[in-house]
Design a protein around this ligand. Sequence first.
Ligand SMILES: [Zn+2]
Length: 316
Amino acid sequence: MQSISRRGFVVSAAAAGAAFGLDGALDFGGQAFAQAPAGPEVVKFKLGDLEVIQMSDGIWEKAHDEKFIRNASLDETKAALKAAGLTDAYVPIPFTVTAVRTQGGLVLFDSGTGAQLAPTAGNITKNNLWKAAGIDPASVTNIVITHFHGDHISGLMAKDTNEPIFPNAQIHVPAAEYKFWTNPTVTAGAAKRIQAVFPNWKNIRQFEGEIEVLPGVRAISTPGHTPGHTSYHMGSGNQQLVVLGDLTNIRALNLTNPGWHLVFDADPNLAEAGRRKMFDRAVAEGITLTGYHWGMPGAGKLTKQGNGYGFEPVKA
Ligand SMILES: [Zn+2]
C-alpha cells in the first residue's frame, strides 16, 4: 500500500520558526501560502525483519530568505530546488513521522507538530492517518526522539494543557539533548515549554551515548543541528535503516550540497561533518536512510553523485 490520498498541508512561517528553535533569526513576513505538492500520506515498506511505516504530518512552504542558507545565495537555493523538480517559489519542507515494527515491537521516531504550529499542519493528530498507517496511537509504548526542536516534539504534548498525548509510552531521549534544553538559560524555540513539562513527566528516559536504546535500535550521536541530536540505526547487512532526524534538511538542498549550512543547524560545521560521515557510510554499506524533512517516499539509498549524493527511493 502506498498512496492513501494526496493532500497538501502547510504551516505558518512564524509558528514554524518557533518550532525550529529560532529566536527571531529569520524574517517570516509577508508571503502567500499556496497548496504544496504533497506525496502520499502514508508509505510502508519492509527491510528484512523491519516494517517501516511513514506518516506525513504536512509540508511547510517556507518563504525564501537570504539568511536561510549561510553559504549559498538565494539564486543557488532556487536553482537547487528547480533541479530537483520542486517549485522554486518557496522552500517546501515536509514533516515525516517514522514508525518501525521491530522484533521488539513498534517504535515511533519523533512525534510531529501536534497541530500546534498552524491550523493547517498536524496531520499526525488525525485518526484517519493512524488508521491508514495501521497503528493504534493508544498502543504506542516506545517513542524515540532525535532532538527537541518543536516540529519533532510538539506532538507529545496537548495544546494549551501540555497533557501527554502518549501516556502509555516511554519516551527515550538523548541525555545531552535533555540537558541542553532544560537549562533555564536556554530560551530559544520550545525551551520554556520543555522546561515546564518534561521534568514533571515520569515516562521520559534519558540515555547516554551510542547505546542500544531498545532491542535492535542503536543510537548514533550526530550533534550539530542541536547539541544532543541523535540518529538511530536498525537492521543489519543490506537491510539496514538509519532514521536521520535532522542530520539533513530537504534532499534537494542537503543531498546535492552536503556542505550547505542551513540556519537551523546550531553548529553548522559539526552538522556538516556528521552529515558527510553518515552519507559516505550509507553509500559504502547500502544503508537505507530516512530524514524527517525528506517528504514522501521519505526513505531510500544514496549514491555518490558529483560533489553530492543521488537518491534511490525505496519501493513501497
Ligand atoms: Zn526538524
